[in-house]
Design a protein around this ligand. Structure first.
Ligand SMILES: [Fe+2]
Length: 198
């Protein structure tokens, strides 16, 4: 059995490991370039925050939809033609109120409901955000430009392999007579992560 340091010494560089994976895939006739292109296309064209923005706008204008969304997110977003990977078994929608600010993170890595709110931004994957948002959430939010009054309770939710979250922001009071399509335009990714208010 190798001890820890010796194992570390024996681990190849990232480049060498990528090359090895590439060679193994090539050997089996798997076209990685095509797969990567397809993934990039999905990420750029389909896994976009606008999906979540549509969900939020619908919830703001349709109370019955909002109830269904809060009860079972995964089933409700399907009503808008949105799907989630099989392993995202639950979409839990966290409703903000004037007194409660929900914030999501993944302390382990970078999990999000990416087909709904888009791929996570770099800071979301950063160890500093992941560690600090749990311990000193109010300070982290303030540093990110969201200075919440003391009476607003901050709730931090840690994503797991099978449970994904999205935040349902508070609808701005000045938008009461706006049509749904116009509301879609003001919902941001950061608002659905919970580090910003709309
Ligand atoms: Fe993760």
């Amino acid at each position: 059995m190798l001890d820890h340091d010796r194992v570390i010494q024996r681990i190849a560089s990232v480049e060498r490991r990528v090359d090895a994976i590439q060679a193994a895939l090539d050997e089996r006739g798997l076209n990685t370039a095509e797969a990567i292109e397809e993934l990039t296309h999905l990420a750029e064209e389909q896994w976009v925050p606008r999906n979540g923005a549509r969900v939020v706008a619908r919830a703001w204008v349709d109370p019955a939809f909002r109830m269904r969304l809060l009860a079972d997110g995964r089933t409700a977003v399907a009503e808008l033609g949105l799907t989630m990977p099989k392993h995202h078994r639950h979409l839990v929608v966290l409703e903000n109120t004037p007194k409660v600010q929900n914030v999501i993170c993944c302390t382990q890595c970078s999990c999000t409901a990416f087909t709904i709110i888009g791929l996570p931004p770099d800071w979301y994957k950063d160890l500093e955000y992941r560690a600090r948002v749990v311990r000193e959430s109010r300070t982290v939010l303030k540093e990110m430009g969201l200075d919440l009054p003391q009476e607003v309770e901050v709730r931090v939710w840690d994503t797991t392999a099978d449970t994904r979250y999205m935040v349902l922001p508070v609808r701005p009071p000045e938008t009461t007579d706006w049509p749904e399509e116009k509301l879609v335009d003001i919902v941001t990714r950061d608002g659905m992560i919970g580090v910003a208010r709309i």
